[in-house]
Design a binder for this molecule. Structure first.
Ligand code: BGC
Length: 422
């Protein structure tokens, strides 16, 4: 009998990793988001208090949140230049997997024109991961695209899907041979909802019909991309990653709370995935929060613990999601994002500990969980919020671009070592 049999539960080839997205770290991008940033930074800075004043740590956040340059991705964290050094950090953290974005606007800056130097960049990027024994998880689309595609109407028009297909074909021809895993789309639910329902993101539309059209075009885009990529390399494991919330009824025995949360769960977590059942080799889950609802979708969470963005933290909420995703799809599962904005590194270690327990629990029930990729490796550009939310295992000082491994990440690295050496 081994003393600590808990840790045996992780499969031998489990992937322990971290995630990033091109636009959030690379720097020097030019896409529809950078255009949006230029147009909206001033307004976002001016309305920061009104939007964020309720945050428990508003005083700590205020200084950056009220500055215009907080809302500009700009030089990013210069990951585009420093990727090799960043991969050395990945290695140092005992991680064996890394998720990253391929920036469409770099590869096809003008419609139909390929920038081969950028293709070569990503080829080297992948090779540098391989060289360090780190499995690359490439993500084709993480919400950004070239300005010309946005000007054509982006994913709101079905006839535009062919441009995405052509881009995917380019990747299939020139980039996938060294890849084992590829993600076509990141969180179509978040993108479509924020861009076309609540209208708080580029392209700021509030139109339920357009929202549905975008949703549909995105699953068509995925299905076609799946076909193209499989044809190019049949062994490639292809999927999307979905934002999943652990949506719970505040009053579990109340009919209204129960019914409304069941619907919300269906629409948010499963609707998109159900449409691509046959075109996914794995299920990617991004988990950040548990939310309790009462009545007709009224959110009523406990007040603590919350992260710097005010999101209620319940790491073990990953467990029911893993279980449901497994029961529903019977496909290998990867946690492709999971983490918290925690600039003081107060909760991150606890979050990681509890998350590991949640995964052990799921594994012990037969869930085919194959990997965990923490969001994020580095502090990065957090979309509409800008630079103040810090999700990194590694802190980045944006003046010097110096990377500093956070104490929680050191703990995580040791924990992974313990688990993998058993
Ligand atoms: C997104 C990331 C983002 C993270 C934290 C996820 O929904 O994929 O781009 O940084 O959430 O908000």
């Amino acid at each position: 009998m081994k003393e600590d049999h808990n840790t045996d539960i992780f499969p031998k080839h489990f992937f322990w990793g971290a995630s990033t997205a091109g636009h959030q770290v690379e720097g020097g991008n030019s896409n529809q988001w950078t255009v949006w940033e230029q147009h909206n930074a001033k307004d976002l800075a001016q309305t920061a208090h009104q939007r964020l004043g309720w945050l428990p740590n508003w005083q700590g956040v205020k200084q950056l949140a009220e500055r215009k340059d907080n809302y500009i991705s700009g030089a990013g964290v210069e990951h585009y230049q420093h990727y090799e050094a960043d991969f050395d950090i990945v290695k140092k953290l005992n991680l064996n997997a890394f998720r990253f974005g391929i920036e469409w606007s770099r590869i096809e800056p003008r419609e139909g024109e390929w920038d081969e130097a950028e293709v070569a960049h990503y080829r080297d990027y992948i090779a540098q991961l391989r060289k360090r024994g780190i499995e690359p998880f490439a993500n084709i689309w993480h919400w950004t695209f070239p300005v010309w595609f946005a000007e054509m109407g982006g994913f709101a028009k079905q006839q535009n899907v062919k441009y995405f297909e052509r881009f995917v074909q380019k990747l299939a021809d020139d980039l996938v041979d060294d890849l084992g895993y590829i993600i076509t789309l990141n969180e179509p639910n978040v993108y479509a909802s924020f861009g076309y329902l609540s209208g708080e993101w580029v392209p700021n539309q509030k139109n339920p019909l357009t929202f549905l059209r975008v949703y549909r075009n995105l699953y068509l885009a995925h299905r076609r991309a799946y076909r193209i990529l499989k044809r190019a390399k049949p062994s490639l494991q292809i999927g999307i990653v979905q934002q999943m919330g652990n949506i719970q009824a505040k009053r579990p025995h109340n009919v209204i709370d129960q019914t409304s949360t069941r619907w919300m769960r269906y629409f948010w977590n499963w609707w998109f995935g159900n449409r691509i059942r046959k075109q996914q080799d794995f299920v990617g889950i991004n988990y950040y929060f548990t939310d309790y609802y009462t009545g007709f979708a009224k959110k009523v969470n406990p007040r603590v613990p919350v992260n710097d963005l005010g999101w209620y933290l319940q790491p073990e909420g990953l467990y029911p999601l893993l279980l449901s995703a497994w029961r529903r799809y019977k496909k290998p599962i990867f946690v492709t994002e999971n983490g918290l904005a925690d600039s003081k590194d107060e909760y991150r270690r606890w979050w990681l500990e509890e998350t590991i327990v949640a995964m052990e629990r799921a594994l012990s029930e037969g869930v085919d969980l194959r990997g965990y990729l923490h969001w994020s490796l580095l502090d990065n550009f957090e979309w509409k919020y800008g630079w103040w939310p810090q999700f990194g295992l590694v802190h980045v000082d944006r003046k010097t671009m110096k990377r500093t491994i956070r104490p929680s990440a050191k703990w995580f690295a040791t924990r992974i070592k313990d688990i993998t050496q058993k």
